[in-house]
Write a protein that binds this ligand. Structure first.
Ligand code: ATP
Length: 256
């Protein structure tokens, strides 16, 4: 896979996502604490960690689906308190772990319902959807009229990612994209994300169980354990420090 650096990452520019001492959780109780996370344009960042570490909670908070318990969050310059649909219109897309598809709707209907964040005319939107399918998900072409409940897991995940990309997001968050997929399909979807991130200068935040696959495409990564970052850095460094990574993953002590 191509591991080129993101084009033009410049930390002096406003971040796409920036959190400072963020605490997030449920009913006022924090399951994520002291999170300082940054995501820049064109960058792919992996959010890693064992089950229950707080990865999904973090994504839901960044997407506006959960209110932060404390700390600061800025997503595309917007402070918390903005409703999820407003963030979505600004260009925040989330592919949730359950994919969020409607079993009774066809592939074409899902894509038609997805509208770009920056509102385009219907024709232009349809052309955008067609070009994403043609270029990156040709398998979906012959499935356009099939109800999504009849698709395989891999096809459904392609549709979920394709639908998010059709909205032309500035930032795409994907929760467990490769869950239940054959490694080859997962690898392909990750390659597509990398290609589009570079091409459109789109920021991507990836929650992944397949650590090695995520670090193949990511530029940087954070490892969460019990709701706190125990390791972060360039993907190359994380990849080359398997011992440290395993220890962080297994809930070992905080690492430098
Ligand atoms: P997984 O890979 O298992 O989804 P994760 O790293 O995404 O793990 P989260 O789903 O964010 O972890 O969960 C973090 C903690 O928050 C866990 O202890 C979980 O039990 C708890 N939790 C998750 N959802 C809720 C909820 N709706 N209400 C209360 N606690 C929750």
């Amino acid at each position: 896979m191509n591991r080129s650096r993101p084009v033009g990452r410049d930390v002096s520019c406003p971040a796409v996502i920036e959190t400072s001492a963020l605490a997030a959780g449920y009913a006022g109780l924090s399951v994520v604490r002291r999170l300082d996370l940054r995501l820049d344009r064109g960058e792919i960042v992996a959010l890693l960690g064992p089950n229950g570490a707080g990865k999904t909670t973090t994504l839901m908070t960044l997407a506006g689906l959960l209110a932060p318990v404390e700390g600061e969050v800025r997503v595309l310059g917007l402070a918390p308190g903005h409703r999820p649909h407003r963030l979505a219109r600004r260009g925040v897309a989330l592919v949730p772990e359950d994919r969020g598809l409607f079993p009774g709707l066809t592939v074409a209907e899902h894509l038609r319902l997805a509208r770009p964040a920056r509102r385009l005319g219907r024709d232009e939107s349809d052309r955008g959807a067609t070009s994403v399918v043609e270029e990156h998900f040709p398998e979906l072409r012959r499935l356009m009229n099939r109800a999504c409940g009849l698709l395989s897991g891999g096809e459904q995940q392609m549709l979920a990612v394709c639908r998010a990309l059709v909205t032309r997001p500035a930032v795409l968050m994907v929760d467990e994209m490769s869950l239940g997929l054959a490694p080859k399909i997962a690898e392909r979807l990750l390659s597509v994300l990398k290609h589009i991130a570079r091409e459109r200068d789109m920021a991507v935040l990836l929650v992944e169980q397949h650590v090695h696959l995520a670090l193949e495409v990511a530029d940087r990564g954070y490892v969460l354990s019990h709701g706190e970052v125990v390791m972060e850095g360039d993907a190359d460094r994380l990849r080359d420090n398997r011992g440290l990574l395993a220890s962080a993953y297994l809930g070992g002590p905080a690492l430098p």
